[in-house]
Design a protein around this ligand. Structure first.
Ligand code: FES
Length: 155
């Protein structure tokens, strides 16, 4: 009988210790609950991450009329100097069927290598594709110059 009483009292003690531990653990969780719940909208806060594409003016686009394609951006030098206004940057693939776009300096326009659609330096359509289809104006990207780095921001 004494052993049983001892075991019972020991069991009760362990139960109290466990309960206390659980209560404090649960209490902590409860106090934290509002934060994760209230912060549920935070996941969408990543927001606008504009992609930037750079080109080094120390080695590329050295002469007026030169162009280069980097990471899907067609960069064209329209004038001398390294101001942003000396350049244009558009998407490098044609909206019609994805043909490669090139700058035709002699004609001062962008032309598609696939169906010969043509665009202004500002991306406006000059000529529709020669296959009877239709294209859309080009995306034109904002430009900034820092040192000898020309940066197009894709938004
Ligand atoms: S893909 Fe450019 S005109 Fe057809």
């Amino acid at each position: 009988m004494e052993r049983n009483e001892f075991i019972k009292s020991l069991g009760l003690g362990i139960a109290l210790v466990c309960t206390g531990s659980c209560m404090s653990g649960c209490g902590g969780s409860k106090s934290d609950d509002p934060a994760p719940g209230g912060g549920g909208g935070g996941g969408g806060g990543g927001g606008n991450t504009n992609t930037k594409v750079n080109i080094d003016l120390a080695s590329q686009l050295l002469s007026v009329g030169s162009f280069a394609t980097v990471s899907g951006v067609l960069f064209v030098r329209l004038a001398t100097g390294n101001a942003a206004s000396s350049f244009t940057a558009t998407q490098a693939t044609c909206p019609h069927q994805g043909g490669a776009l090139n700058w035709i300096a002699a004609s001062n326009l962008i032309q598609c290598a696939l169906h010969s659609s043509q665009y202004t330096a500002g991306g406006a359509i000059l000529k529709q594709p020669n296959d009877g289809g239709s294209t859309a104006a080009l995306k034109v990207y904002s430009l900034a110059v820092s040192g000898t780095t020309l940066t197009a921001t894709l938004s």
